[in-house]
Design a protein around this ligand. Structure first.
Ligand SMILES: [Zn+2]
Length: 486
């Protein structure tokens, strides 16, 4: 008996030692970086150009017939006027009527080009919310240290940040060794089929292979990532897939005074309940695991202990992450009913009930696998399950060991020195998926700082960017282009 107790004790000792050794070896992934050469751009001029850019109503509407194509052409002309060196030195092509592709030829044709992308279009402002804005949404007004308006964050800061950076580099006499493409789509907010998809197709037809693609996506989060007090710059190294399933139940109908045991509505309700009771399993996918490897060493001792020993604490961590919708979305395929229709009159049995379930597929999931999960969970031949046309498999995971990831990491450290940098999974979809055949390295990041109250400004009320953040975008792109040269 004594021997048994001693063995158990010894095992505990070994376990504790392993946990401690791993925690002690859980070293910070912060990198040292040389101080940044200041980008010498006139701040007032920079702000004025973005402010003016916001005034063009380059709105993407679900019904393209109602959009104003002239606004895009006026914005093109404004870009030409504002960046004379760029107009002179870069080759400009107009794709799909309103998208822009610039080519800045590199001196060494053997090097793979890099592609910086952003989009010219913005989402509309709902008329009912217009009066809630502190500054009119298309005024581009500069107030309280911010540039205000639709597109300030999404995504004209990125378009104009890139343009300013290139204009500055040209003025300073910089010549890239590696070809640099600038690709600005005009229909990102409605799927990118006429913009990004066509640009990508054109490059593919020319045999282009890219070193990497940088698109919008994640940002610098301040006070949002629990356990880390410093701001965190998250680089999206993968994005989730997309699928909607239409559920339909049909029944004979009839008079509600003599109802059968089940109606179309109750059968559909039971199906939805079964889905809620059978969520997709949780899993720490590669990007999320990598995020914790980068952030763990910067956390408190107890968190570090757990994150350094995921071989043991993985289930505990996943349980913790399911508690908030934000982190739950990082570890599983999510599904949620977004549309429900049934019934026409209070005393008539419904002949049909239909619902739409929207799914976001985690890395490793497939459209076919997710559809099968839903069918199995509902387990009812009276409920038909049909995928809707817009479907996207999850993206592949970009290589965080690549030199392009290292360049990004270094450039972020240089332009936002207080921020920790980590790879992460993007739970939304971007236009960058259209480039997946041109490179395996797609990164999604824009260096603007978001506090807990700021994320809802995306597509929301009071969209704005701090002038300091906008200047950071310009230095970031300039430094990244410099740093991406061998
Ligand atoms: Zn966007």
């Amino acid at each position: 008996m004594k021997k048994f107790a001693l063995t158990i004790l010894a095992l505990f000792g070994v376990l504790a030692t392993v946990i401690l050794i791993r925690a002690a070896g859980f070293k910070s992934r912060r990198i040292q970086s040389a101080p940044l050469q200041a980008v010498g751009v006139d701040r007032a001029a920079l702000v004025k150009r973005l402010s003016e850019a916001i005034r063009f109503k380059t709105i993407s509407l679900q019904e393209p017939a109602h959009s104003q194509p002239d606004e895009f052409l006026r914005l093109h002309a404004f870009i030409d006027r504002s960046f004379p060196r760029l107009r002179q030195s870069l080759n400009k092509e107009i794709i799909g009527g309103y998208s822009l592709l610039y080519t800045w030829p590199g001196k060494d044709k053997r090097l793979k080009p890099l592609l910086l992308m952003a989009h010219l279009d913005v989402v509309p402002v709902e008329t009912a919310t217009e009066s809630s804005w502190h500054q009119p949404p298309f005024s581009g007004r500069v107030a309280d240290g911010f540039i205000w308006g639709r597109g300030a964050m999404d995504d004209k800061a990125s378009v104009f940040g890139i343009l300013e950076a290139v204009e500055y580099l040209l003025a300073s006499g910089f010549e890239p060794k590696r070809t640099v493409y600038l690709a600005f789509g005009h229909d990102e907010e409605i799927g990118g089929n006429d913009g990004a998809a066509k640009i990508s197709g054109l490059l593919r037809s020319r045999g282009v292979e890219l070193e990497y693609v940088l698109d919008e996506g994640l940002n610098i989060f301040n006070g949002i990532v629990t356990g880390v007090s410093a701001p965190v710059a998250l680089i999206g190294v993968a994005e989730k897939g997309y699928l909607s399933l239409q559920l339909t139940v049909e029944s004979p109908g009839g008079h509600s005074s003599t109802p059968p045991a089940h109606t179309a509505i109750s059968v559909m309700s039971r199906a939805l309940q079964r889905l809620e009771a059978r969520p997709f399993p949780t899993r720490l996918s590669e990007p999320t695991r990598a995020m914790f490897e980068f952030l763990g060493p910067e956390m408190s001792w107890t968190k570090r202990l757990a994150l350094a020993n995921l071989w043991l604490f993985d289930p505990l961590l996943r349980k913790q992450l399911t508690r908030s919708p934000l982190t739950n979305a990082l570890i599983r395929t999510t599904m949620t009913p977004t549309i429900f229709h049934a019934g026409v009159k209070e005393n008539v049995l419904p002949t049909k009930a239909s619902a739409v379930i929207n799914l976001r597929l985690a890395p490793g999931e497939t459209v076919a696998g997710a559809t099968a999960h839903v069918r199995a969970a509902i387990h009812d031949p009276n409920v038909s399950v049909n995928p809707l046309p817009v479907q996207m498999e999850p993206s592949s995971v970009s290589d965080i060991q690549s030199t392009s990831f290292a360049s990004l990491q270094r450039t972020i450290r240089q332009t936002a020195p207080q921020a920790l940098v980590a790879p992460a999974l993007l739970v939304a979809a971007t236009d960058s998926r259209h480039y997946r055949t041109l490179t395996k390295n797609i990164f999604r990041f824009l260096p603007i700082t978001l506090g807990p109250e700021d994320t809802k400004r995306y597509h929301g009320i009071d969209e704005r960017i701090a002038i300091e953040d906008y200047e950071r975008c310009v230095s970031f792109y300039a430094q990244l282009i410099r740093d991406s040269q061998p």
